[in-house]
Design a protein around this ligand. Structure first.
Ligand code: CU
Length: 238
């Protein structure tokens, strides 16, 4: 307990100790709610839009952020996208917006976002694409419904997204039970609350306790969110 308190205090007052340094990855979070080496972490899963996501062609009225909004891909993110906790710690994911599913897989330690994303929608990370016209898989059913074999940094198959032939369970999700640690949001999607991310948000919470060290991939099982828009993040457990 004393060591835990000491580590936590160090994390609060300054830079984390070198031994807790995370991978050199420019996409890694600078979110101050979470310090590398913490026992717990919080991640916002998706974004609740409180108005148009951007200027036209983003929808300006109606089902903003819905499956017909060309800017909806900007909501399909985890914030922070990557966290690091201590073994035995718990991560709490809060759902925001609608139409999400949730699953966790272990991946090799050298798995990167850009490498894994190439198995989903080849090209640039949609999180970095400002203009919806430049997102190659934007609202592209042909990609979301297609089969994908998704490999980690060791080139081991982690997820098999079978083709969506029936649009019913389980085809209508990225449903790959082999090696899966948990899932939520099959059959019925997970939905957030009415208040955006923040201390008063009322979105559903999902918590998972990581008992083994390693690197874990957290995905949205919504085929469009994951396969088109790269809705995934990582948890490192040290
Ligand atoms: Cu989602």
């Amino acid at each position: 307990m004393r060591l835990t308190c000491l580590v936590f205090a160090v994390a609060l007052v300054g830079a984390p100790p070198a031994s807790f340094e995370q991978r050199a990855d420019s996409r890694e979070s600078s979110d101050h709610r979470h310090s590398p080496g913490s026992t717990t972490a919080a991640v916002d899963f998706g974004v609740l839009p409180v108005g148009p996501i951007g200027p036209p062609p983003c929808l300006q009225a109606g089902a903003i952020g819905g499956p017909a909004d060309p800017c909806s891909y900007k909501l399909h993110v985890l914030t922070p996208e990557e966290v690091t906790i201590r073994k035995g710690g718990e991560v709490t994911f809060q759902i925001h917006g609608g139409g999400h599913g949730f699953a966790i897989y272990e991946v090799s330690k050298d798995t990167t976002r850009d490498q894994l994303g190439q198995y989903l929608c080849r090209g640039e990370d949609p999180a970095n694409i400002a203009d919806p016209a430049l997102h190659p898989c934007n609202l592209l059913a042909a990609n979301a419904d297609a089969a994908h074999r998704i490999k980690d940094g060791d080139r081991d198959v982690v997820i098999v997204a079978r083709p969506n032939l029936t649009s019913g369970h389980p085809d209508n999700r990225v449903w790959s039970p082999e090696n899966r640690l948990m899932s939520a949001g099959g059959v019925q999607f997970l939905n957030g609350g009415t208040i955006p991310a923040g201390p008063t948000s009322n979105g559903q919470l999902i918590t998972y306790q990581f008992l083994k060290s390693g690197r874990y991939l957290v995905i949205c099982m919504n085929r469009v969110h994951f396969l088109n828009d790269w809705m995934f993040g990582f948890v490192n457990v040290r």
